[in-house]
Design a protein around this ligand. Structure first.
Ligand code: SF4
Length: 220
């Protein structure tokens, strides 16, 4: 049987194995705050429409104040002027044995011989340690592994990942790639996936309880 992991599986387990148990073993989900969900969905749709060359002038008139502010922070971002390789690119790739990785990349741009994976973030701040984010690791590995299927030819040093924050104009965090980094990413993901697959007990990490969705049902 194939087991599929997304970046959220790894990030949830890293924050707290017990939270992973509630979310992915028991399947307990809580609805996201309506406004957070709406903002993220709206910004992702707007940028996708723009990259597809659609006219947004009518849609922009109907945006609420906060969504318009985030959109104005992003719409003039110079990345959006580069050649678009793909937008909303979904992937499923094997990691090892029956373990696969799954995700959806917001957009990939081409700048000369370089490829830039972009991820739009509508939260209040960008990750402090972007290199350690499983999302960045998985997306770089997946896109690199898929390059032949996509008809592309480039080396690891020609790839980078960028978090683009929409809460503040020009807010960006870049992660560069290399052959060594891809090997390290693969090793890290394989080790984490094996640990999660083999877990019999899911320990509590009480450092993150304050913002945990499962605080009301957890004994931690
Ligand atoms: S309340 Fe704390 S210990 Fe319990 S699942 Fe959440 S983060 Fe983990």
């Amino acid at each position: 049987m194939i087991t599929t992991f997304t970046s959220d599986h790894f990030e949830t387990y890293q924050k707290c194995p017990k939270a992973y148990y509630f979310k992915y073993k028991k399947g307990i989900r809580f609805a996201l705050a309506k406004d957070t969900y709406k903002l993220g969905r709206s910004i992702h749709s707007l940028v996708d429409y723009k990259l597809r060359g659609l006219d947004l002038s009518k849609i922009e008139k109907d945006l609420d104040e906060n969504t318009l502010r985030h959109w104005q922070n992003l719409k003039d971002e110079f990345l959006l002027d580069f050649e678009v390789v793909c937008t909303e690119w979904g992937f499923d790739i094997p990691l090892f044995d029956n373990i696969w990785l799954n995700g959806r990349i917001d957009a990939v741009f081409k700048d000369g011989g370089n490829y830039i994976i972009a991820d739009w973030k509508t939260g209040s701040s960008l990750p402090l340690d972007p290199d350690d984010k499983y999302q960045a690791m998985i997306y770089m590995l997946a896109f690199y592994k898929a390059k032949k299927d996509l008809g592309l030819d480039f080396g690891p040093n020609n790839l980078k990942f960028v978090f683009v924050g929409t809460n503040k104009k020009g807010d960006k965090k870049e992660i560069t790639c290399s052959k060594e980094k891809l090997l390290e990413i693969e090793k890290t993901l394989m080790s984490m996936a094996a640990e999660i697959e083999g877990a019999q007990e899911f320990s509590l990490n009480t450092k993150n309880c304050k913002f945990c969705d499962f605080a009301n049902i957890c004994s931690g």
